[in-house]
Design a protein around this ligand. Structure first.
Ligand code: SAM
Ligand code: SF4
Length: 334
């Protein structure tokens, strides 16, 4: 392996998230507006370019690769890319290949994903009520996602559910969601809604449900034990003593997790964002396309890592959405 990637704050970069498309078959209200303008296809990295770029990062020490989007499984021929990445699992350079998905295409792809060496996936699901599911995702349908989750578990994939905590929307389903996940042996992570992108008329402060409050409600019913385990990201975990279930809390707004941040993100156009909460980014597509060998690309990657900021600036405390980032979550992939 070449000299590994270390940023100016001495954080080793081991985790890469790659957004393979900005498109999606859902229009979740906190993520997208109903009428999104997507990028022209020519701006997207081809599957071969995604392979070259991801492989360069693996060579530079990335051990965990998460594929995201938009909805990664709506990208045409996406299995070609997963198959390409599975060769790094075989050599042992890559320890984990995983994805975050809305679940709509899992029924079709679960078996193939498992064959590519994917062992764990995150499925985003905010409600178990069919009407509310259609309301929050606008275009999604719950039964399709539930069939996808069934298919994933049948294929041997470990499923973790990601739920965005939304005030006045899924507060009343807290226990229902926790119990449903426990009954299916799935871990569950709650995410605080983040101020990203223009989403039309939705009121972000109105959507905000503090995970501190959510956790307190949960603790009234069950005993929660903090786990030391950290992912290098914004998640903290507890174990529910009564069931052994693991529950995660992603609180990018109310906690500072940046000191242990080991991750960077690539968009589907080949921009690298070294911090989810900052606008700063660099272009890797030009150096990638400029030469068939990876020397220029590697120099550009190292330069970008050299600019990784210490932390982010999201702040709701003054009752205004400060530190808001104009791009959508679907652009950098969450
Ligand atoms: N389409 C896939 C999915 O929904 O899982 C992958 C991409 S999606 C952008 C990744 C995650 O970001 C999802 O769990 C989604 O709920 C979350 N997300 C999107 N917009 C968000 C926001 N404004 N605040 C917090 N989480 C958000
Ligand atoms: Fe699509 Fe995921 Fe965004 Fe929902 S959260 S609109 S499924 S990219």
């Amino acid at each position: 392996m070449d000299t590994p990637l270390i940023d100016p704050f001495d954080r080793a970069i081991r985790y890469l998230r790659v957004s393979v498309t900005d498109r999606c078959d859902f229009r979740c209200v906190y993520c997208m507006s109903e009428n999104m303008t997507f990028l022209p296809k020519k701006d997207l990295l081809t599957l071969e370019e995604l392979d070259r770029l991801s492989s360069a990062f693996v060579r530079l020490g990335v051990e965990k690769l998460r594929i995201t989007g938009g909805e990664p499984l709506v990208r045409r021929d996406i299995l070609t890319y997963f198959r390409a990445m599975s060769r790094h699992l075989e050599t042992g350079a890559l320890k984990e290949l995983t994805l975050t998905t809305n679940g709509s295409q899992l029924e079709k792809y679960a078996v193939d994903l498992a064959a590519c060496g994917v062992r764990r996936i995150n499925v985003s699901l905010d409600t178990l009520d069919e009407a509310k599911f259609a309301q929050i995702t606008r275009w999604g349908r719950l039964p399709q996602v539930l069939r996808g989750i069934d298919a994933a578990q049948a294929a041997g994939l470990r499923v973790k559910i990601n739920t965005v905590a939304l005030k006045g929307f899924n507060e009343d389903e807290l226990f229902g969601l926790v119990d449903w996940c426990a009954s299916r042996d799935m871990d569950l992570t709650f995410i605080e809604v983040m101020p990203m992108g223009d989403i039309g008329n939705e009121d972000r402060l109105g959507q905000y449900w503090s995970l501190r409050d959510l956790r307190a409600t949960l603790a009234e019913r069950q005993t929660l034990t903090d786990l030391a385990e950290r992912s290098g990201g914004p998640a903290r975990y507890v174990r529910v003593d009564q069931t052994g279930q693991k529950i995660g809390f992603i609180t990018p707004l109310s906690h500072n997790f940046c000191e242990s941040c080991n991750r960077v993100r690539i968009t589907c156009t080949g921009e690298i964002y070294t911090c989810l909460g900052q606008e700063g980014h660099s272009d890797l597509r030009a150096p990638l396309r400029a030469s068939p060998d990876d020397a220029l690309l590697e120099t550009a990657i190292r330069a970008a890592i050299g600019l990784k900021p210490k932390g982010h600036d999201f702040d709701y405390s003054r009752q205004a959405v400060d530190g808001q980032v104009s791009r959508h979550m679907s652009h950098t992939g969450g």
